[in-house]
Design a protein around this ligand. Structure first.
Ligand code: ADP
Ligand code: MG
Length: 337
């Protein structure tokens, strides 16, 4: 074969290779597992091949090493023990957002609520005796204005003050995975961590992702829950807080895992769940918990005045039946039954 023939062969090969690359079809992949004491599900479409599951495991592990109070060596655990140290970017991102949401919600969301959460038996440490005197003394340790981030170090007004990022970390981890996909040029995905969700683009049928809003009933199954409504989230983030899964009964009284940082007691009102849509999932997650503290009326008015937010509330009326109220901005997401 002469030189010209070799060259044409090479050209032909390049054309074939190029057209093969152009026509490679997008495939959808799924991965799921356990993280932060809950489950995660990730679905994504790409023409670049499956992302190794170790990538997701490493991202979740980094967040865990930063924000999990159940990890003895995590940054948050070390901050809680008042060890002198600099925090990482996961920690500072979540901390600053938590402080912003605390200010926005008059302290209803508070990352310093840990001592109270622990005392009520929902946290990373448990106390055996619970009395109004103990609650009052623990309240002295709670207050977002008693802690600040100065030059990447957490400055606490009191050494016994402790942080709990449980109500924001799941939403944040959805944002971290979404950010990873975006950097990889992956535009179609659905990320769900413990009920908090971020979606972009379309599913494997080329349709918008449909996300369900669970009916907040104690007996509702976790794996196949009865849904109250379904929405098309579009390119958005959604988080739901509720007091129908994490609670206990003591002496005939029901105690929920959302604590009002101002009173020091678990919240008790007719609001059963708050679903929040926001530009990012960490904001949605923190606001959803704040709304469970603030109750229906305050939360509804708060969202009505803010075009970047939408909310859907489920509450029980005087006859104990489920009622729904959603903000004007939520309407366009709902799939009509
Ligand atoms: P939910 O699905 O109800 O939002 P999360 O796990 O996201 O559940 O949040 C509940 C957890 O948040 C509690 O177990 C506790 O650790 C923490 N928490 C409780 N009350 C507050 C509060 N007022 N502000 C911030 N975090 C809170
Ligand atoms: Mg939450």
């Amino acid at each position: 074969m002469n030189k010209i023939n070799w060259r044409s062969l090479l050209l032909l090969f390049s054309i074939c290779f190029f057209s093969f690359q152009c026509t490679e079809k997008k495939s959808y992949y799924e991965t799921s597992g356990f993280v932060f004491g809950t489950t995660f599900h990730i679905l994504y479409g790409t023409d670049k091949g499956e992302v190794e599951s170790v990538v997701f495991d490493s991202l979740f592990s980094l967040i865990n090493q930063s924000l999990s109070p159940f990890e003895e060596r995590s940054i948050i655990s070390r901050v809680n023990r008042s060890e002198a140290m600099e925090v990482d970017s996961f920690f500072s991102c979540v901390f600053l957002k938590a402080q912003e949401i605390s200010e926005e919600t008059e302290g209803a969301f508070d990352i310093t609520v840990a001592p109270l959460v622990n005392a009520w038996g929902f946290g990373f440490k448990h106390s055996d005796t619970l009395s109004s005197t103990l609650i009052d003394s623990l309240k002295e340790l709670v207050g977002y204005e008693k802690v600040a981030l100065v030059e990447n170090k957490v400055v606490k007004q009191n050494g016994n003050l402790m942080l709990d990022a449980s109500a924001i970390a799941k939403g944040y981890s959805c944002d971290v995975v979404a950010n990873y996909f975006e950097k990889q040029g992956i535009d179609d995905f659905m990320i769900e961590v413990g009920g908090e969700v971020v979606t972009r683009g379309v599913n494997s049928r080329g349709e918008e992702w449909v996300i369900g809003i669970t009916q907040p009933r104690e007996e509702n199954s976790i794996s196949t829950p009865t849904l109250q409504d379904c929405i098309c989230l579009g390119n958005g983030a959604m988080a739901t807080s509720g007091n129908y899964r994490q609670f206990y009964y003591k002496d005939g009284k029901r105690y929920s895992h959302t604590i009002n940082p101002i009173t020091g007691y678990p919240v008790e009102h007719s609001l059963l769940s708050a679903t929040v849509l926001a530009d990012d999932c960490m904001t949605a997650d923190a606001l959803a918990t704040a709304f469970m503290v603030k109750g229906l009326d305050w939360s509804y008015s708060y969202v009505e005045g803010r075009p970047n937010l939408a909310a859907y509330f489920i509450y029980s009326d005087e006859k104990d039946s489920l009622k729904v109220k959603y903000t004007t901005s939520f309407e366009k997401y709902l799939i009509k039954k």
